[in-house]
Design a protein around this ligand. Structure first.
Ligand code: ADP
Ligand code: MG
Length: 341
């Protein structure tokens, strides 16, 4: 075959392969957009594990009528314009691919109203024919996105979906991670018409502990060791499981870099090392937020953005280790270890 440029529809579906793995990844992309749009409340409705419907409503800034079609186009973003922006990214989005990818493998409806507009508008796009229709609609300031029939035109993908319950669990798990870092946001989650989660915003530490109990476990929240350490433009805050109250079944290893959930070996290592000195062998639970100058970290490593690269990784590791050590050393009670551990 001669070399050809891929038709846009196919290019989007290929990109969707990386970004849209399952309903939970759609929820992730869409909710991140709500937060980038400055929403303070996000309502998530799921039907049949998300395979039938994912509906996400926010009270953010909305999308202007003449931008609706562009929002669905590939490589269209309002979040970066130059390489400099990319090197200091603070928003969740920057690739301008999520909506284009999702609409290439589902039926997507985008309804939105901005503060300046007197009425709302709705755009509709469907996988096979990327033509977008825009019609008047009713909606308060903000945006609602509905994703119907995910993977209806990519049967191989659709077959990979697990049971509704499993897919919903992935969504629920993802929301837990988000709810702990964005405790300023009111999130609700419904499944098949039933309210499953209602995370009210937390505006102070005791409300945060309450949310931590709701999301993790009350046991974790009651006994957790607070971490808060700042040095040279870096800050580590959060909660660490008490070494005396292990809860291995919780399996909560939440680490956020500038508000973004990431999995990082360096961090696991630092946590284990901090606990290791107390000769606690199990992997402790933690919810930790790490903030640093965005120039010091590269988030553009993988499309799902779960990985980051620190420019000075040794330095970061040592700071995290010291922050954890100092939090653990301030524990009021002496640590008693079981003999059989
Ligand atoms: P990215 O988030 O990488 O910019 P997306 O495809 O996710 O790319 O979204 C494209 C654009 O659509 C965004 O840059 C933003 O301007 C707009 N947009 C998407 N969702 C929302 C929303 N919920 N509220 C306001 N604007 C949105
Ligand atoms: Mg996005």
């Amino acid at each position: 075959m001669p070399i050809q440029i891929l038709p846009p529809q196919l290019a989007n579906q290929i990109a969707a392969g990386e970004v849209v793995e399952r309903p939970a990844s759609v929820v992730k992309e869409l909710v991140e957009n709500c937060l980038d749009a400055g929403a303070s409340r996000v309502d998530i409705e799921i039907e049949k594990g998300g395979a039938k419907l994912i509906r996400i409503r926010d009270n953010g800034c909305g999308i202007a009528k003449e931008q609706l079609e562009l929002a669905l186009a590939r490589h269209a973003t309002s979040k970066v314009t130059t390489l400099d922006d990319l090197e200091a990214i603070m928003s969740f989005g920057f690739r301008g691919e999520a909506l284009a990818s999702i609409s290439s493998v589902a039926r997507l409806t985008l309804t939105s109203k901005t503060e300046e507009q007197s009425e709302a508008w709705q755009a509709y796009a469907e996988g096979s024919q990327m033509a977008v229709k825009v019609i008047p609609a009713a909606h308060p300031v903000g945006t609602t996105i509905e994703v119907h029939d995910l993977f209806f035109n990519t049967p191989a993908r659709r077959r990979f979906l697990k049971s509704d319950k499993t897919e919903f669990t992935h969504i629920d798990e993802w929301l837990k991670r988000m709810a702990l870092v964005r405790s300023d946001i009111h999130f609700t989650l419904q499944h098949n018409g039933k309210m499953v989660r209602n995370y009210r915003p937390a505006s102070n530490e005791s409300q945060y502990i309450k949310r931590l109990g709701q999301v993790a476990s009350n046991r974790f929240a009651e006994h957790a060791v607070a971490v808060d350490c700042e040095h040279d433009g870096m800050r580590l805050r959060g909660y660490l499981q008490s070494p005396t109250v292990p809860e291995p079944s919780l399996n909560m290893h939440y680490f956020y870099v500038n508000g973004r959930y990431v999995r990082d070996r360096l961090v696991n290592h630092a946590v284990r090392q901090a606990f290791g000195e107390l000769s606690v062998e199990l992997q402790p639970n933690y919810v930790l937020q790490f903030d640093l100058d965005p120039h010091q970290v590269d988030v553009n490593v993988h499309p799902a953005k779960h990985e980051v690269r620190f420019h000075q990784s040794r330095y970061v590791h040592d700071f995290i280790l010291q922050a954890l050590q100092s939090a653990l050393s301030q524990l009021a009670e002496p640590i008693e270890l079981d003999d059989d551990r």
